[in-house]
Ligand binder design. Structure first.
Ligand code: FS2
Ligand code: SF4
Length: 541
């Protein structure tokens, strides 16, 4: 195996024996094979579109799900991945027959599934590309597409589709093994990936807010009640809605974990009296927190940490998530999911063990912040707010991530943190106070809600009459972990944001030359120490 798609990759260079995430070499190789056959399918769908022929929703969904399944901490179930490989090959063969001209297709679009899969899997992964810069760009694009696919999956969950996003996803994925593309072509494709990333996040924002209303300032309870409970994690709000509907009146409470916390900010979910609050912290603390919860847990997306034996039977997966030995809830043909097994399971379990008490405040997505725009603009004009610090992104296990807690604590008191994603757990429970009633940590929501932060920045640019988004008093100190952070980064670059600091380490998949391109054109930089970075951002004053 060779995998270096996430920030925790072994030795900051690549996992080669097993994943730090818990992925076995066999799973990693099967995921490589799944990506490769999906590339083959996409080579065919790109041709079909070029011939003016339709590509069905079934195929668009298959590509999206295949990519999502290979995101860090999503799926560890080899049988599920093998089934997807078979299904993908079958569809590729059937679609190939619809082409008027099938000449010149790549080998992965022609493979019929025969031969030794394990042997083949070892030849189609990251290291199949020899040139370091081409490999780096191909992987950067592929990881951006995986992030885009995750957001596309959520759009699709509402029965909505963005044809241009599906078409781009497939065309771009096919190009990640197209030897006719030069390094410059691949750089252009990287930036184009950011454009479609913005489109996907905008469409998801529209889908979420039209279904559940605009997030609003909300106090979220951190304590527990005495009823049995179900803990729901991941990012899928549509799954949450179905769970809340089905648990209503059953005596079973529902709590959020990690990236599901922002669900509490949506008006539509406030009508459920049994939607109690948020339990615990970011994904990487789940071993202790799932143990303590005591009841069933539903993982709707990543991040899943391989569960301990002591609570594995309480972990249920759905969507792109899978783990051997954990029950998987499939949707029926209408997209409905039956959570009765979790509800029955919850009733057999004790109520959750309390981890903490109190409340946290969030709900500062674009609509809410823009409703406060006058107040915010006045605070900037009066000098009460000197700078905004975007600290969106992911949290993770590495001790070096304590930097973000220390950085948040050490920030000048006239700064406001704008956050989204699970990175927030490094500082959202600190008492950082407020500036004239504006909390110093404004949580927009999940990682995809980084889009909200861009909307806010663009609005401020307009209000202040600036020509360049980079002239705003905003600095970017982003934490990354998995591939959704990659699409968020590419989206910000597309919007013209410069000088983004990325930590706790720069991606291992950036070759020296590709890193140089990002530094020279976009001012991308890493992080150093809290003291030095504060000096860099705010000067010595
Ligand atoms: Fe956090 Fe994990 Fe959100 Fe990432 S829960 S690192 O999936 O996408 O952020
Ligand atoms: Fe390693 Fe990350 Fe890949 Fe897991 S996802 S195998 S931790 S690089």
């Amino acid at each position: 195996m060779f995998c270096y798609q996430c920030q925790e990759t072994a030795g900051c260079s690549g996992c080669t024996r097993a994943g730090v995430c818990g992925k076995t070499a066999e799973t990693a190789n099967l995921q490589d094979l799944l990506i490769d056959v999906t590339r083959g399918l996409c080579a065919v769908t790109a041709r079909l579109r070029a011939e003016g022929k339709p590509v069905s929703d079934v195929i668009d969904t298959l590509v999206t799900e295949n990519l999502f399944v290979t995101i860090t901490n999503a799926n560890f179930d080899n049988d599920a991945i093998r089934a997807r490989i078979s299904q993908t090959i079958e569809h590729t063969q059937a679609l190939r027959a619809q082409l008027s001209d099938a000449s010149g297709l790549p080998e992965n679009a022609l493979w019929d599934g025969s031969g030794d899969w394990d042997a083949r899997a070892k030849t189609v992964g990251v290291l199949a590309t020899d040139d370091a810069d081409v490999r780096s760009l191909r992987e950067l694009i592929t990881y951006g597409l995986k992030g885009m696919a995750a957001y596309n999956h959520h759009i699709n969950a509402y029965g909505k589709r963005v044809a241009s996003v599906d078409a781009f996803l497939q065309q771009a994925l096919a190009k990640t093994r197209d030897d006719s593309l030069s390094v410059n072509d691949l750089i252009a494709l990287t930036l184009e990936t950011g454009k479609y990333g913005v489109d996907a996040m905008a469409a998801l924002d529209e889908a979420n807010t039209s279904a559940y209303g605009n997030p609003e300032i909300t106090k979220v309870n951190l304590g527990v009640r005495s009823n049995p409970g179900i803990l729901i994690s991941g990012h899928d709000l549509h799954d949450l809605e179905m769970l809340l509907e089905q648990t209503a009146g059953t005596g079973v409470d529902v709590y959020t974990h990690s990236e599901m916390l922002p669900a509490h900010y949506y008006p539509a979910f406030k009508k459920y009296p049994h939607f109690v609050g948020n339990y615990g912290n970011a994904w990487w603390k789940q071993k202790e927190e799932f143990e303590a919860f005591g009841g069933p847990i539903l993982l709707t997306t990543n991040c899943l940490v391989p569960p301990k034996d002591s609570y594995r039977d309480r972990v249920y997966t759905t969507g792109a998530v899978g783990f051997p030995g954990c029950a998987h809830i499939e949707a029926d043909e209408n997209g409905h999911k039956d959570f009765s097994a979790l509800i029955a399971h919850a009733k057999r379990c004790p109520s959750p063990t309390e981890l903490e008490t109190g409340e946290i405040v969030g709900g500062f997505a674009h609509n809410q912040v823009l409703a406060l725009a006058d107040k915010v603009v006045d605070a900037v004009k009066s000098g009460a707010i000197k700078k905004f610090v975007v600290m969106a992104g992911c949290d993770g296990r590495a001790k070096s991530r304590n930097y973000y807690t220390d950085f948040a604590k050490a920030l000048p008191k006239d700064t406001v943190i704008l956050t989204a994603g699970c990175a927030k757990y490094k500082y959202n429970k600190l008492d950082l106070g407020d500036i004239g009633g504006i909390p110093r940590v404004l949580d927009a929501g999940q990682c995809n809600d980084s889009y909200s932060l861009a909307v806010i920045a663009l609005k401020l640019k307009e209000v202040f009459g600036l020509d360049d988004i980079n002239d705003l008093p905003i600095v970017y100190n982003i934490a990354w972990y998995e591939q959704k952070a990659v699409i968020v980064l590419l989206a910000l670059l597309h919007l013209g944001v410069k000088n983004i600091h990325l930590g706790p380490t720069l991606p291992a998949f950036l070759s020296e030359n590709v890193a140089k391109v990002l530094v020279e054109n976009f001012g991308i930089a890493g992080i150093t120490t809290v003291e030095d970075d504060l000096r860099l951002f705010f000067g010595d004053a």
